[in-house]
Design a protein. Structure first.
Length: 111
């Protein structure tokens, strides 16, 4: 059984992470959070307690790959990249997001 339409808001983190990896390429977790925050003009903030379980789940789904490496400040870090399955999921999430925002917009504009 698929997700209920109201679960779309909960899937926003997947959308943001997948889009970040698709546009920026391989990044470590902290880099993903910084990217999202900067692009969103500090309006969105992704907390570690949300990000890392999401990354783990997305890796289990096969949407992203995780590989150990060394960060720019010489620390060991996991680097994440999007897979072909992740690109397909990204397209689906973008479509769902468009549907959701369109529906909310229609309600807000209803007179």
């Amino acid at each position: 059984m698929g997700k209920h339409p109201n679960d779309r808001l909960q899937g926003t983190l997947d959308l943001l992470v997948l889009k970040s990896l698709a546009s920026r390429g391989t990044m470590h977790g902290y880099g993903i959070t910084v990217h999202i925050q900067q692009v969103a003009g500090d309006v969105l903030r992704v907390e570690e307690g949300s990000l890392y379980p999401a990354l783990h789940r997305m890796a289990q789904e096969g949407w992203i790959r995780a590989k150990w490496g060394t960060s720019e400040n010489n620390r060991r870090a996991r680097f994440y990249s999007i897979t072909l399955a992740g690109l397909k999921q990204l397209a689906a999430e973008e479509n769902r997001w468009s549907e959701l925002t369109g529906a909310v917009s229609r309600v807000l504009q209803f007179v």
